[in-house]
Design a protein around this ligand. Structure first.
Ligand code: SF4
Ligand code: SF4
Length: 353
């Protein structure tokens, strides 16, 4: 019988996203844990980095009633010319202001979930897991930061016959992996930068522990029935990870150490949809002005990956690319015809075979 060490009954969860096609095979429900062990400069979910609950203000929804100022016992809120100012050193994350805000302009990010409630919530989606060969993915943030709960959650889902995936950045201790791996049908593992100095510069840590853990996961897969699959994911970030040297270096590492266990290597194109998230958290984002990569740039990096020594068939580019002027004209033409304004063109995720 499998025993669960340090089983925790509660965790701080940022969000539950349903109908995801981005986080493993089939259609999935992804549970985003709050709190991360890395601090990537390009992070697309800045609200997931801190494990604490955080308040955000969406100015476009605010009706200026100032109820929040009256409700806050900490005096953490004030209105200025530029909008609502949150004194984050005073805010305790109690959520009273968000609960009373008539415009839903205030949102508290991070909610404590009990194990039983979270399991009950995600198994509601059983119907589409079944029809699509999908399941549940735990992501973040970094889910192994709350490993006791994460392992117990995966274990419970496994006992119900559901497919589970652990999405990890790999910056965790061995014990956290031991608590989660036995209950994950597959692992999605990030490899961002092969150069340790660059890794430290962009994420706050070098990649030694991450690469060691990746080799540990690979050995675990070789010697256990569960997990049975490993996907590597590389975010393709302009002026950071999006260089042929980096992609070639990661490819060589996979080819040398992991060729027998890696089923898929995804190159995930940068997007800038998270700009507003940084603004709402009063944070600056160094990639604020960065544009999406062009299709040609992604094609070059995809070909670099395919030529790095790995099996060419495991390399998949995902995400959106920047439209060039001719494409933009074409898009405008389509938008005029369909009356829409925000049509975008993406790579389609190829179906797993
Ligand atoms: S309570 Fe909500 S709507 Fe009213 S001022 Fe505060 S943020 Fe704006
Ligand atoms: S979450 Fe609580 S402490 Fe923070 S601003 Fe709102 S009412 Fe004040």
């Amino acid at each position: 019988m499998i025993t669960q060490k340090n089983e925790k009954k509660q965790a701080t969860i940022l969000e539950i996203v349903r109908m995801s096609t981005e986080d493993g095979p089939g259609i999935r429900t992804t549970v985003f844990f709050k709190g991360c062990t890395l601090n990537c400069a390009w992070c697309h979910n800045p609200e997931s980095i801190s494990i604490k609950k955080q308040l955000q203000w969406v100015g476009s929804r605010c009706i200026g009633c100032k109820t929040c100022l009256e409700v806050c016992k900490q005096n953490a809120l004030a209105f200025t010319e530029t909008g609502l100012l949150i004194d984050r050193s005073q805010c305790t994350g109690c959520g009273d202001c968000a609960a009373e805000c008539p415009g839903t302009a205030l949102e508290l990010m991070g909610k404590i979930w009990s194990l039983d409630d979270l399991v009950e919530e995600v198994i509601k989606d059983r119907a589409y897991f079944k029809t699509s060969d999908g399941g549940i993915t735990i992501s973040g943030g970094e889910p192994t930061m709350q490993a006791g709960f994460a392992g117990a959650f995966l274990k419970s889902l496994r006992q119900k016959g559901l497919h589970t995936a652990l999405d990890t950045c790999g910056q965790c201790n061995r014990d956290a992996l031991d608590q989660t791996l036995p209950y994950a049908a597959m692992v999605l593992f990030d490899m961002k930068l092969i150069d340790p100095d660059a890794h430290k510069r962009f994420t706050g840590h070098d990649n030694k522990r991450i690469l060691d853990n990746l080799l540990y996961v690979a050995n675990y897969i070789r010697s256990h029935v569960y997990p049975s699959a490993l996907w590597i994911r590389t975010p393709i970030i302009p002026n950071a990870t999006a260089t042929p040297e980096n992609i070639n270096g990661i490819g060589q590492f996979i080819a040398k150490n992991l060729s027998d266990v890696v089923d898929r290597w995804e190159l995930c194109a940068f997007n800038n949809l998270c700009r507003d998230k940084y603004l709402r958290l009063d944070q600056k984002w160094v990639f604020h002005e960065s544009e999406l990569l062009t299709k040609e740039e992604m094609d070059v990096l995809t070909e670099t990956a395919k030529s790095s020594g790995v099996d060419r068939k495991i390399v998949f580019p995902t995400g959106s690319t920047r439209m060039e002027s001719s494409e933009t004209e074409e898009k405008q033409e389509i938008q005029q015809k369909v009356g829409g304004s925000n049509v975008d063109f993406c790579f389609c995720r190829p179906k797993l075979t």
